[in-house]
Design a protein around this ligand. Sequence first.
Ligand code: GLU
Length: 466
Amino acid sequence: MSSKVVRTRMAPSPTGDLHIGSLRTFLYSYAFAKKNNGQFLLRIEDTDQKRQVVGAADRLKQVMKDFGLSWDGEPVIQSERLGIYQKYIKELLDRNHAYYCFCPQERLDKIRNDAKVKKRIPKYDRHCLTLSPAEIAQNLKDGLPYVIRMKIPDKETVSFNDLIRGPITFNTADLDDQVLIKSNGIPTYHFAVVVDDHLMEISHIIRADEWISSTPKHILLYKYFGWTVPQIAHLTVLLDPSHPGKMSKRFGSVFAQQFLDEGYLPEAMLNFLMLLGWNPGTDREIFTLEEFVKEFSLEHLHKKAAIFDRKKLEYFNGLYIRKLNDDKLFSYFKKFLPQASDGQIKILIPILKDRIVKFGDLPATLKFLFEDIDYDSSLLLQRDSTKELVTEMLTKTKEVLSEFSDLQNKLTELIAKNSWNTGQYFMVLRVAICGATFTPPIVECLPALGIEGTIRKINIALAKLK
Ligand code: GLU
């Protein structure tokens, strides 16, 4: 490597939205680079054209920005570099580390099926490895479709020292002659990743655990080219405690954007992700991105799978909501409650900011402000209330509602004057206004509903009792 600069990268494939696990990976790569005054680069790995999703790369860049994670320099886009891979594959062919394979798909399918029957891992049988130069030349001249495969040594060991897991050793007997260039001339991930990590002078690769089994192939390629292998760290998987195995979209949100749409704050998400697989070595839990960068070290990454505890995420989000200043709170309320007027939002912020877990809960919590919720009249008869009593309570409430000032005191007086049960009264009021028994503090919310709105809801309740 030409320099000792620390250089990490994020190398997403634009096949869909950014997974929260990838966001964690990128966060750690970012932190490691920044901690070491290095660079964090972006490479779009768009070599699998079948799996590509239009717009995914742009969405990915945007969501990274929304989380405050910026990369250095211009993104490297693999589909724009096909000439580079051609040049390097030629080198491997010339040095006999790679070979043309003209096997038709049916033949490869048969190998795969036979292996399946014998319960073996399918491996290419190297049929084309023995083609003579003349046969190869003829096939190429005839325009036969081909792929280019990597020649894996027969029985060698390949080892690397994973920065998180320690030494990992593979036997090449277990490796397939990996396709490096597909029949459309485009490289596979395995070839492009090695060429690009080398050309981009990546010093440290931090990536998901699913790539461990590919790493020996990559290391062989580095060796064939005579290149220095970067340091490699494979993070552990993220488990969702609600079900066995890896996180799955069948059991809740898994994409970074989904969490933002639900009203999680980017800074709370990042803080939560920081601790999913890393610890500062102390009890401290709250970190800004800048503080995390300062504290981050690979030695404190965990070797055990991390548990994606959604309750903990909610806890972090609540903490960060309470830290927002009034302007920020106002803009989040406005975004998540577009029906609310500025005046309503100003009333609601102090009532709700200490209670909500995420902004996406606001519309359901405050639905009663914007529509009349249908409920069964029996709900009004909580705690042994009679129709007569509830009717009296609601009718008398309307009379003191001519203005909202000092509302709490007015209602307390009303309750005392009539010797009502306080709990019973407020439950009746709550149901009449919200159509539900669990609501935000009801008296405080009435000014957001307004006198007319409040009286209308009370009238609806009274009508239900008739
Ligand atoms: N494009 C690969 C992915 O989507 C990158 C793997 C790596 O970091 O080497 O995860």
